[in-house]
Ligand binder design. Structure first.
Ligand code: HEM
Length: 131
């Protein structure tokens, strides 16, 4: 195993842990905090969300730039994933500033985008393994 392999594994670890932290927190907020009318508590999760967003961007760019070759169709699917990710990041960062009704709606919207991102990521993985 070479150093670049170890960095690659660490980068994947950061990517997956950040995705779990961000989407898991948002799902909890949507399913639990909305039900008990306490979405203002999302502000307590801001630092974790910011760290997860930074982790996703840095590890994602690293993963992309170190790919040996991009299979046919990869760029198009990646472009859609990236735009959806920007939607999730922007709206998640603005959540603490939104009013309660808007917060509940925004959470639903970014969880839909988050689900689509996971599906596109699974397909990108397939394209990588089956170029
Ligand atoms: C909400 C945001 C995001 C989520 C939930 C997410 C989730 C995931 C997941 C679950 C994987 C599959 C992990 C694996 O099998 O190795 C993945 C792979 C990947 N992600 Fe993300 N990601 C997000 C944002 C980003 C961003 C912003 C970038 C680029 C700057 C990025 C670039 C990549 C790349 C290049 C891969 C490898 C795909 C492949 O196997 O070819 N991701 N992502």
């Amino acid at each position: 195993m070479e150093l670049t392999d170890i960095v690659g594994i660490l980068s994947r670890l950061i990517h997956i842990s950040s995705a779990v932290t961000l989407l898991g927190g948002l799902l909890f907020a949507r399913q639990v905090l909305v039900a008990v009318g306490q979405t203002d508590l999302i502000a307590r999760y801001s630092t974790a969300m910011q760290a997860a967003i930074a982790g996703l961007l840095l590890s994602g760019l690293y993963n992309l730039l170190t790919k040996a070759a991009l299979p046919k169709g990869y760029h198009a699917i990646f472009g859609i994933k990236f735009l959806l990710a920007l939607h999730v990041f922007a709206v998640a960062l603005l959540l603490p500033k939104a009013d309660a009704a808007k917060r509940a709606r925004s959470l639903t919207g970014i969880l839909v985008s988050g689900g689509l991102i996971l599906a596109l990521s699974a397909y990108l993985r397939y394209l990588t393994l089956n170029p």
